[in-house]
Design a binder for this molecule. Structure first.
Ligand SMILES: [Zn+2]
Length: 338
């Protein structure tokens, strides 16, 4: 089979890779329906994370079950399934507490930009739809496997409540999905921090009521100005840089909450500042599995359309161009079709 392999920064190739096969009785193999490039794939692509040896890429997927291991009874061949970028048994203590992305048997997905994918912990990870969904739903369901689940977690971790004010830092796919989540959770005012026209437009359509184009201290000042001088109830940090985190912490009101879901790179939080801010901070890899049934339902009933974050669709064999377009910010997110 063929799949995407990164050889060095800026060098992603579509080439022959090892066939996906059942290695453990808890595995399944799926045939990819659609997959995509994640903002976090750009960290190694841009050399911000080292690539010591060539390795496959991709952690977002929806597909058709091809084969299951002997211990997998929850899904069967032919079904359409959605999973998470972090696999989980869904039975250990952490899973039972709703933190499946900290499953004691967790394995992160890393080979999904390929024609077939091996899914570890298939029993606890995969959720089958009742019927095979129409192709128009595939992008939305694919978004649920990572960016929409992560945006939901940002809003959940930041404790967005009906009638509240939420600020979303970051206008990438996760930030845009976080706007959807804040709206679904009933935030009355949703302030999206974005300076890119196409992303602002989508943020508006997803439910943002206000846009702030300033960044850093100017951005914080603008948020304060808009919130009676005290800051927002909830701030959803969807970037992962030091500047974004600082902006998020300083935009929240005393007693407010910051949900941080951007994978931190070079982020350090000052203890004294956090102490005196009275802001609660919670984040981490999203427990997507906890949200899957609900989010799949919202997509299939048309309640949310997170698939609209894909603004470039390419055949899977043009995956290299998919990375390039995102790196050059020509695309928010690239959908790949085998
Ligand atoms: Zn577990």
């Amino acid at each position: 089979m063929r799949g995407a392999v990164i050889h060095a920064p800026g060098d992603v190739r579509f080439e022959t890779v090892d066939d996906a096969k059942i290695l453990k009785p808890t595995d399944a193999v799926i045939r990819t329906a659609v997959t995509c490039v994640c903002g976090s794939d750009l960290w190694p692509y841009r050399g911000a994370e080292p690539t010591e040896r060539a390795h496959p890429m991709g952690h977002e997927y929806v597909g058709f079950v091809e084969e299951v291991g002997s211990e997998v009874t929850a899904v069967k061949p032919g079904q359409f399934v959605v999973g998470s970028f972090a696999t989980s048994d869904n039975t250990c203590a952490n899973c039972r507490n709703g933190f499946q992305s900290s499953c004691l048997n967790r394995e992160f997905m890393s080979t999904c930009q390929a024609e077939y994918v091996r899914i570890p912990n298939a029993q606890g990870t995969l959720v089958a739809t009742e019927e095979i969904p129409g192709e128009e739903f595939w992008p939305g369901l694919l978004a649920v496997s990572d960016v929409m689940g992560t945006g939901w977690w940002a809003a959940d971790a930041a404790e967005v409540k009906p009638g509240s004010t939420a600020v979303v830092v970051g206008d990438g796919a996760v930030g845009l999905c976080a706007v959807i989540a804040a709206r679904e959770m009933g935030a009355e005012r949703i302030i999206a921090m974005s300076r890119h026209e196409s992303r602002q437009k989508l943020a508006r359509e997803f439910g943002a009521t206000d846009l702030v184009t300033e960044r850093g201290e100017e951005g914080v000042a603008r948020i304060k100005e808009m919130t009676g001088g005290i800051g927002a109830d909830s701030v959803l940090e969807c970037v992962g840089t030091a500047q974004a985190m600082q902006q998020a912490l300083r935009s929240a009101r005393p007693g407010g909450n910051v949900g941080f879901v951007g994978v931190p790179h070079g982020v350090a939080v000052d203890g004294q500042e956090l102490f005196f801010s009275h802001v609660a901070l919670r984040g981490g890899p999203a427990p997507v599995r906890r949200y899957l049934p609900g989010l799949i339902d919202r997509v299939l009933t048309g309640g949310i359309e997170p698939g609209r974050v894909f603004d470039l669709t390419l055949p899977l064999d043009q995956v290299a161009e998919g990375y390039k377009a995102m790196d050059e910010r020509r695309a928010i997110k690239t959908l790949l079709k085998p």
